[in-house]
Design a protein around this ligand. Sequence first.
Ligand code: CAA
Ligand code: FAD
Length: 380
Amino acid sequence: MNFQLTEEQEMLRKMVRDFAKKEVEPTAAERDEEERFDRVIFDKMAALGLTGIPWPEEYGGIAADYVSYVIAVEELSKVCASTGVTLSAHLSLASWPIYKYGNEELKKNFLTRLATGEALGAYALSEPGAGSDVAAMNTTAKADGEHYVLNGNKVWITNGGVADLYIVFAKTDTDAKHKGISAFVIEKGTKGFTFGKKEKKLGIRSSPTTELIFENCRVPKRNMLGEEGDGFKIAMTTLDGGRNGIAAQALGIAQGALDAAVKYAKEREQFGKPIAHNQGISFKLADMATEIEAARLLTYQAAWLESAGQPYGKASAMSKLFAGDVAMRTTVEAVQVFGGYGYTKDYPVERYMRDAKITQIYEGTNEIQRLVIGRMLTKS
Ligand code: CAA
Ligand code: FAD
């Protein structure tokens, strides 16, 4: 067993860490306060090749592996979890299904634009009445000549409004439950496709979360991924990998909070000595560091399995479940280490704590991760 990162992975980590420090961290608090998405940051990530990390060069990618991808999301999330999820949704949720299920024409047209960062991607599965229960979705797609006509609403869509390409799931057969769902690539600006409410959120406030509205929206048949009825499988297999991107986001948030807490504990003096010299504080830091390391191992392992072409769905559900809980526990403890100052916006730990919560909710709540893991353990 080899736990050593390759030279390429180490180089990518250093590049993303430097980029995050210089270009992302300085405005993270301000963007959070203003709920402002910054496309320039995305463009700069594209210039570094981050928007196409795992895709072949022929489709505009840099042909690296999924471990490199999770390292990038981790490093970005260490300073700004919103930027971390922008990349994660773009790459594992919007680009992956085209890479995996798109024909050559779809890959050339859409994957290349996503990989080079010319286009930003989003993934639209959830609906007001269909969050955990995906198969209950109501959006419909009716065949009409060379088009499908879509009607319905999607909610909570990350990168919604600012993205150029959307993977949208809709029912082509309303009687067939999950087997009646199909997947489409839809471009922003398509007639009948508009944006509704933009959510006001507790955390990841510079990542826009927006409603999508489809009213007699005509989508060319050639924009379908796979075949009619493949949508549920496409959605689930996309989430198998996507969940590890959220594990990486959670890992980054937790590491960022720990780094801040260690620095503060060494500087802050009470009772004539740094608070770090109290076992009550240093044991907290030790527990945080140990849990983060365990979350990192699970996350890198799931990414390694995907790169090696081995099954990774269970590993990914486990990494997301564990890392999300670690991020929540770590950030709550980090605020505690900072005392009253941690509760204010003078330090970043309150933002980390607000950002951590979403990692237990999206891409399947942690209850759903347990359901997925439990079913895999018990299926015969
Ligand atoms: N891979 C391949 N096939 C799968 C699969 C997988 N991972 N999971 C299920 N299937 C197949 C099953 O084998 C079954 O196949 P058959 O039809 O041949 O029997 C079929 O799909 C139906 O499976 P289930 O009976 O398990 O389906 P279910 O209705 O009970 O739902 C679920 C399963 C796991 C709960 C699913 O609905 C789910 O994942 N819910 C959570 C939704 C979610 O994660 N949403 C995230 C939205 S994106 C997001 O949030 C973005 C962001 O963070 C930025
Ligand atoms: P519900 O499904 O109503 O669940 C409510 C509670 O019941 C949860 O605690 C849940 O765990 C529990 N529960 C439900 N079913 C079970 C069960 N069978 N067993 C045990 N407990 C259960 N969706 C997209 O498609 N694309 C996106 O880009 C996207 N981005 C998002 C960004 C943000 C900021 C947020 C908040 C959400 C986003 N989502 C996105 C939606 C997200 O995936 C859903 O919110 C999530 O899957 C949960 O669905 P729900 O909110 O409807 O909760």
